[in-house]
Design a protein around this ligand. Structure first.
Ligand SMILES: Cc1cc2nc3c(=O)[nH]c(=O)nc-3n(C[C@H](O)[C@H](O)[C@H](O)COP(=O)(O)OP(=O)(O)OC[C@H]3O[C@@H](n4cnc5c(N)ncnc54)[C@H](O)[C@@H]3O)c2cc1C
Length: 437
């Protein structure tokens, strides 16, 4: 511990962790932020990296850079492996055991394959930059394969894209792939027509965007269909392999299957006592873990009940929780009483494609161009860093005018998730989809 100042340890530099750290800038504490990556990632725009509209640095900022002016904050690149609240210590992969006075755990969630982890290698999800590079590689290389095969029946499975899960990420991915096929690539291939690509969105429940009101879900389906996306509702995926998926027992031959269904909280939650079925830690009104004083849990890792329902796993909730936990720590240090958290829901928006979106803001249902403009505006406001905002505005304007996507370069570099479908040369066996920007 450093001198008499309490040490606030923050695990995770996502929305909750980063905004908690910033909120403590003027508090008489030493803050140390640990993250297993060196960057804060703006996940709401990750699908644009996956679909070649944006490059990685547009949606990610080094945490060290974001906090460079905050003198009481230290940033360390390491992965927490265990929390020992009894000893007030966290175990790290490289740094071993480290003590804390106050702990904020904000390590988020990952996608889950409902007990079928073996599906992940065939149907990557989208949570990290690595995931986005992998997805981008698969989408772009599928069109390349179709050209190499000269179109026709052999190429058909390469021109069939299946997206599993019709929450915001699935809807965004399906809409973007359809736009790539019908607008971006129209003149780029000689041996087949990219517009013939099939995009199939599979949802186990009765609606797309289930968190929205029914009218908006129906509207989203119409907008997806106008883009040429086939929407299958009440349809369960029963098997996934390198050649496609089985849905309700029927085979779909598709070389590109993307996973946007289900969330499982960070495994660190298990060290903090009672959790819900998704592994989220049950927290008290102060945001402390039910079973541990002075351990705050925020963002996607927290199960916080408000008005009889859990607060959703969205960026504004994570950001507000991070700030609130920081405020409660400041109060504790000042000898004041901690306060209960209340989530302020400013509305939800989901984009589908160019001038296509749905959302509910201030009690109003929005669809089409208005919702799309609202979505663009909100995402720019929350994006971290001025440079990122400027670049993203430029990229969006460029692609609006030209229909082009400027981040279409992919390379097959080492590490990450293996693409089991690609014919891999011996020297690069076990390599994966990566890009360099
Ligand atoms: C593709 C996608 C699209 C989304 N779109 C939207 C949207 O449009 N609108 C919206 O409001 N929300 C959206 N969300 C949800 C939103 O991004 C999350 O709710 C939010 O990021 C949660 O913030 P968090 O701080 O809890 O976790 P995260 O932002 O996930 O941050 C967790 C951090 O912890 C780090 N970490 C994890 N484990 C460890 C460990 N063991 N040791 C050290 N560090 C660790 C990670 O590297 C990461 O930096 C989307 C999410 C995804 C994946």
């Amino acid at each position: 511990m450093s001198g008499a100042r309490p040490r606030v340890m923050i695990l995770g530099g996502g929305f909750a962790g980063l905004f908690a750290a910033q909120r403590l800038a003027r508090a008489p504490v030493d803050v140390v932020v640990y993250d297993r990556t060196n960057h804060h990632l703006f996940q709401p725009l990750l699908y644009q990296v996956a679909t070649a509209a944006l490059a990685a640095p547009d949606v990610a900022s080094p945490i060290r850079r974001v906090l460079r002016r905050q003198k009481n904050a230290t940033v360390l690149l390491d992965e927490a492996t265990r929390i020992d609240p009894g000893a007030r210590e966290v175990h790290f992969k490289k740094s071993g055991r480290q003590p804390y006075d106050h702990l904020i755990v904000a390590t988020g969630a990952r996608h889950t394959y409902f007990g079928h982890d073996e599906w992940e290698q065939h149907a990557p999800g989208l949570k990290t930059l690595e995931d986005a590079f992998n997805v981008r590689y698969r989408i772009i290389s599928a069109f390349e394969e179709a050209e190499r095969l000269g179109g026709g029946p052999e190429a058909a499975p390469w021109l069939r894209f299946v997206v599993v899960g019709a929450g915001p990420t699935g809807v965004e991915l399906a809409g973007a792939i359809a736009e790539i096929a019908r607008k971006t690539l129209t003149r780029d291939f000689r041996r087949f027509s990219p517009g013939s690509a099939e995009v199939i969105l599979v949802e186990g429940g009765p609606r797309v965007l289930p968190a929205m009101v029914e009218r908006l879900s129906d509207d989203a389906v119409s907008q997806l269909q106008r883009l040429g996306v086939e929407v299958l509702l009440d349809t369960k995926v029963t098997a996934v392999d390198a050649r496609g998926v089985d849905i309700d027992g029927e085979r779909i031959d598709a070389r590109t299957v993307l996973w946007a269904a289900g969330n499982q909280a960070s495994p660190l939650g298990r060290d903090l006592g009672s959790t819900d079925r998704a592994g989220r830690v049950n927290v008290r009104p102060t945001l402390e873990a039910n079973d541990h004083d002075n351990v705050y849990v925020c963002g996607d890792l927290a199960h916080f009940e408000q008005d009889g329902a859990p607060v959703p796993g969205v960026a504004p909730a994570a950001l507000q929780m991070g700030r609130h936990a920081a405020d409660n720590i400041r109060r504790q240090v000042a000898g004041e009483k901690k306060r209960p958290f209340r989530y302020l829901d400013k509305g939800t928006l989901a984009t589908i494609g160019r001038k296509k979106a749905v959302g509910r803001v201030a009690g109003l249902n929005l669809t089409g161009t208005l919702a799309w403009l609202g979505w663009l505006f909100v995402h720019l406001i929350y994006l971290v860093g001025f440079r990122n905002r400027a670049v993203v505005v430029f990229e969006w304007a460029y692609s609006y005018v030209t229909y082009q996507r400027s981040a279409r370069v992919v390379v097959d570099a080492g590490g990450g998730v293996v693409d089991p479908r690609a014919p891999v040369p011996k020297s690069t066996e076990g390599t994966a989809a990566r890009e360099t920007t």
